[in-house]
Design a protein around this ligand. Structure first.
Ligand SMILES: [Mn+2]
Length: 354
């Protein structure tokens, strides 16, 4: 069954005739097409709606799918009207969490006899379980990021700014074949390390600092997400203790990954270990799904009753953040298999002193 057919089964079970998909990652997942526009998906006809600039691209990336070309006179919503009329659509699901209010109003006026309903994350739900091709892309993205990290280790030193390290890492990932950064690289040294999502600054790295690097590559649209923390020279014993604790929590959570494990329980393993020594210093969830989005389902968090399944790709990223002192985070992207997990992240995680 194709991905579009799987979506149609979900739609039909909910009494929906068709879907209009705008999120680029969802259009890509369903059709292979990566340009602008949207995908109309219905049992009677599935089509890509886009303008002249992307017609040939759509034909190449989604061979066999008709392209409904928009023009100045016949805009997207008029093409959608033609499609809903031709297919006898009475209920149309849209990405209500993505379309603007104005887009929605314009569409509603263009198809007055069609009831617009929410697609409600149906495509994201399909995307949760990765197939072999997707796992290959995520694994490649993990490999590229891992190699980039190893390659910069001999080139980073005190006296460089966080921004310079970020640029070096980004350059290395792109050189190794990453299509784009999976997200804006984080480089946080010294006291900035207590900010989980620090923006790389002109702060000059000092001997005795920890440096946290959170970064990811992209392959075939799929993200990787990893974090490593390295030391420059001798660090204070408190920082070394934090590092060892975070690593211990990271490894304990990883080793509990298997199909059937409950996300909240995995989060609990790492959280209990950190809370016992630094209560409240691990203030974010343990991890999240990774795929075409950098953050997707399932959430590996307290309160998440989701049971892990083969094909889930998730991060395991405990951290400790102490204002004024600094912080540490260690993260891998792991992929659940039939009897455990595979971890395509090869970047070393023993304590590294540069
Ligand atoms: Mn992450």
């Amino acid at each position: 069954m194709t991905r579009c057919e799987r979506l149609l089964e979900v739609l039909e079970a909910r009494g929906l005739d068709a879907a209009l998909v705008h999120r680029p990652e969802n259009v890509r997942y369903l059709t292979g097409y990566t340009g602008e526009g949207c995908a109309f998906i219905c049992r009677r006809e599935t089509a890509i709606v886009t303008d002249f600039r992307y017609v040939e691209q759509a034909q190449r990336q989604a061979p066999g799918l008709p392209v409904a070309q928009t023009t100045a006179e016949c805009r997207e919503r008029e093409r959608v009207r033609e499609l809903t009329d031709a297919c006898g659509v009475r209920t149309l699901a849209v990405e209500s969490d993505f379309l603007s209010y104005d887009d929605h109003e314009a569409l509603r006026r263009a198809v007055p006899f069609v009831e617009l309903r929410s697609l409600g994350g149906a495509v994201e739900k399909l995307r949760e379980i990765k197939d072999a091709g997707e796992i290959e892309c995520i694994s490649r993205a993990c490999e590229i990021a891992s190699r980039a990290f190893v390659n910069i280790l001999e080139r980073i030193h005190p006296g460089m700014t966080e921004k310079q390290v970020q640029i070096l890492l980004d350059y290395e990932m792109l050189s190794l074949g990453s299509e784009a950064n999976a997200f804006d690289t984080i480089a946080a040294a010294g006291a900035n390390g207590s900010l989980p999502h620090a923006i790389p600054s002109d702060y000059i790295i000092q001997p005795g600092d920890l440096l946290t690097l959170d970064f990811g590559a992209k392959v075939g649209g799929y993200c990787s997400d990893l974090t490593r923390t390295v030391a420059f020279g001798r660090v204070r014993p408190e920082l070394r203790e934090i590092y060892d604790l975070v690593l211990e929590a990271h490894l304990a959570a990883l080793s509990a990954l298997r199909p059937g494990a409950i996300c909240a329980d995995i989060d609990r393993i790492a959280r209990d270990m950190i809370d016992a020594r630094h209560p409240g210093a691990f203030g974010h969830s343990l991890g999240h799904g990774v795929g075409l989005y950098i953050h997707e389902q399932p959430r590996v968090a307290s309160g998440s009753k989701t049971a892990l399944l083969p094909g889930h790709a998730i991060t395991i990223e405990p951290g400790v953040y102490i204002p004024g002192l600094g912080g540490c985070r260690i993260e891998d992207t792991a992929i659940l298999t039939a009897d455990g997990y595979l971890d395509p992240v090869t970047a070393p995680k023993q304590f590294i002193e540069l």
